[in-house]
Design a protein around this ligand. Sequence first.
Ligand SMILES: *Cc1c(COP(=O)(O)O)cnc(C)c1O
Length: 424
Amino acid sequence: MMEFETKCLHAGYQPENGGARVLPITQSTTYAYDSTEEIGKLFDLEANGYFYTRLANPTTSAVEEKIAALENGVGALCTSSGQAATFYAVLNILESGDHLISSSYIYGGTYNLFAHTLKKMGIEVTFVDQDASVEELLQAAKPNTKAIFGETIANPAVKVLDLEKFSTVAKELAIPFIIDNTFATPYFCRPIEFGADIVIHSTTKYLDGHAVQTGGVIVDAGTFDWTNGKFPQLSEPDETYHGIVYTEKFGAAAYITKARVQLMRDLGATPSPQNSFLLNLGIETLSVRMDRHYQNAVTVAEFLEKQAAIEKVYYPGLKSDADYSLAQKYVPNGLCGVISVEFADGKETAAKWLDALGLVSLEVHVADIRTCALHPATSTHRQLTDEELRQAGISPGLVRLSCGIENVADILADLQQAFDKLEG
Ligand SMILES: *Cc1c(COP(=O)(O)O)cnc(C)c1O
């Protein structure tokens, strides 16, 4: 059993004698076979093997195996974006007429997916205050509730989710707990240890870390009992595969197998082998990068707390933060590099400060090695109404600062000169 840092480098790919030391890119859509019988078996899910890159590819498989190892899951499925991962994770078990409970502190794209697109598909989502009690959360449940969803560290509110509380609610309702672990990364938190059943990531963020590819992943803990009567999609025959029953045929890997052979087959948001290669390269250095992101973010958060122009700093690594104790429990060894700050004078001051930044670039991105900043109310979350913004923990003066791995003195100097310009 390898330690985490070692898995980042070695899980998922072992070179054969004389083989490529680095995971090779298998840039091929198809795979050749000697007989129709062999291909037929693959199509019937009676044999394992590659036959078409939409469903599986050796480069992507290696990365999937690595991420499953990092999260301690039984299997993983990579997708072409984080959005696709979230969509598939839900659609794999919910259908028209079903209901989902979600924390309201979630990524803007996830909010749009849940509140609008899923609604059009007949799936209803109730947004809850994640700080509510178990009893209050249970009140959001309906007979057709099929999953509960949240983010380990919410983007962009930088709030920490009480994972065990959500897991308790899920167990009470006999439904899976789906967690988006993008901001914490498996280096700092492995939600399966706290009762999560399905873990998803936007690999576009820290797992890649270099902002060179968009991707997503779904990891299956393999622990949920899909045969409890609520999930016929998994426990009843799939006619498109001659009536196989996923829970019978694939056991603990039923959920993740179905996501691949049914949803990926039909919807096709598959990553390119080239992107899987880049993602793997990023993951190799995940642990060293995250330590540095965390160190820099703590220093920057403490600096920001002292600024007159800033009303509030949201960073659960600060003792003054409302979620400090939750962070100590669930992410004790470090947090993401993302900090949210509230400007005292709201939108205009925030915009003036952002425009004055130099080294720190304005980007619709977050969680990579270069420090960047963003104003959610005018960008990622601009489709949300004021009320929706408030529910997601976003105000007009909120700025999201994503600390990179530069020397922190250079980051601080840039932030300071922008504050100086506010006074001019
Ligand atoms: C970015 C992000 C997503 C969406 O991922 P994409 O790769 O941009 O599609 C989902 N969840 C969180 C927490 C994110 O930060």
